[in-house]
Design a protein around this ligand. Structure first.
Ligand SMILES: Cc1cc2nc3c(=O)[nH]c(=O)nc-3n(C[C@H](O)[C@H](O)[C@H](O)COP(=O)(O)OP(=O)(O)OC[C@H]3O[C@@H](n4cnc5c(N)ncnc54)[C@H](O)[C@@H]3O)c2cc1C
Length: 334
């Protein structure tokens, strides 16, 4: 079976996307006869490439004119598939990868499946393993018609290195690209700035238990004082109490800080998948039976604001003690 990894060089999360694809490649029991990297780029031709965990047979560098239009990528992919047929195309875990996987499979009469964790080829059919029902179950699907267009599952942040690949076959592909007649106007909305949540050591995630924007603002202040990045559950961002790029969970970020404090969240599967790889989890909830306590290392039954305000006081006192003991040492050395 021939496979191609389809990625965009200009995305800021390329190295994280390749980490997710590598995990999937390491899981796959079916061997590939060849694996190619199909890398889209806008202006500057890539010279460094992310480290892929299996040997590549070819890198195709594909120039895309209208980088914000999925239609441009689809046209190029359909054309490439005509010239270089591939059995399995693997796309990134983000919205763009999911959109391309689904739309390309439809155009090529193939099959698509999103958020895939593992796959294997049996009797000319592709078996897929992926989470379902809000990450509460894992299911097996069988895809019958190729090409198989898959997007991989999100994983905790661990970007791969970029490297030069000198001895590899590399082709640059430039094709005429036209916008379809039905695209009358395009509007580019820039990605929001990165939050630093993905690689933070300490994260405070606040849920609907905070009840209103005023309390959420107070909790953001506490996060700031204790040196934590601020994350939020879906109802918190949907109520516009926090920015969308703070969303933690299956629809947002998957984080793995050393310490995660989950305050006022119930702990649904779709939320918990976002924090369960943390080194240590402290959960705060007024309901002693809340599901979040099942994944917590320490559970505190209490009001989110009261508990976090006390924690802030303790941390400030400890910080003061530390600062004054440093001052004392400095004085003695003068
Ligand atoms: C397809 C799909 C994808 C989704 N993706 C995500 C996702 O990525 N991320 C996400 O978060 N959700 C996601 N959801 C929504 C998810 O199902 C839940 O609705 C959501 O996670 C619940 O958020 P919550 O825990 O903040 O709120 P609730 O479930 O309302 O829980 C609030 C908790 O706060 C506690 N509480 C109340 N008052 C206090 C207090 N004063 N002090 C302390 N605790 C208190 C309550 O006991 C309760 O446990 C998704 C849903 C779907 C269908």
């Amino acid at each position: 079976m021939k496979a191609a990894l389809v990625l965009s060089f200009d995305t800021t999360s390329l190295q994280q996307q390749v980490h997710e694809i590598n995990l999937m490649l390491n899981n796959i029991s079916t061997g590939f006869s060849s694996v190619e990297l199909w890398l889209f780029y806008k202006d500057r031709k890539p010279e460094f490439f992310p480290e892929i965990s299996c040997p590549l047979s070819d890198i195709k560098l594909i120039k895309v004119d209208n980088a914000h239009s999925p239609e441009s990528y689809l046209q190029l992919l359909v054309h490439l598939m005509g010239q270089y047929p591939i059995d399995l195309l693997m796309f990134s875990s983000d919205g763009s990868g999911e959109e391309l996987a689904t739309r390309l499979a439809y155009r090529l009469n193939g099959s698509s499946c999103l958020k895939v964790e593992d796959c294997s080829l049996t009797s000319a059919k592709l078996e897929i393993i992926k989470p379902v029902y809000g990450n509460n179950l894992t299911a097996r699907f069988v895809l019958e018609s190729s090409p198989y267009c898959l997007s991989v599952a999100k994983q905790p942040c661990s970007p791969v290195k970029m490297t030069q690949m000198e001895f590899l076959k590399m082709e640059t592909i430039t094709l005429d690209q036209t916008q379809p007649w039905w695209v009358k106007e395009t509007l580019t909305i820039l990605d929001p700035p990165k939050t630093g949540l993905s690689d933070a050591d300490l994260v405070l995630v606040v849920g609907q238990g905070a009840k209103n924007k005023e309390t959420v603002d107070i909790l953001k202040g506490i996060a700031n004082t204790i040196g934590a990045q601020f994350g939020a559950s879906r109802p918190v961002v949907m109520n516009a109490w926090a920015d969308m790029n703070r969303l933690i969970g299956a629809s947002g970020l998957i984080i793995s800080p050393k310490l995660c404090i989950a305050a006022g969240v119930s702990g649904t599967g779709v939320f918990s998948v976002g924090i369960k790889s943390s080194g240590f989890i402290v959960a705060i909830n007024i309901d002693s039976k809340a599901r979040i306590f099942q994944i917590a290392d320490v559970g505190i039954v209490g009001d989110v604001q009261a508990v976090l305000s006390e924690l802030e006081k303790v941390i400030l006192v400890e910080k003061d003690k530390k600062d004054s003991s440093h001052g004392f040492i400095e004085d003695r050395t003068q």
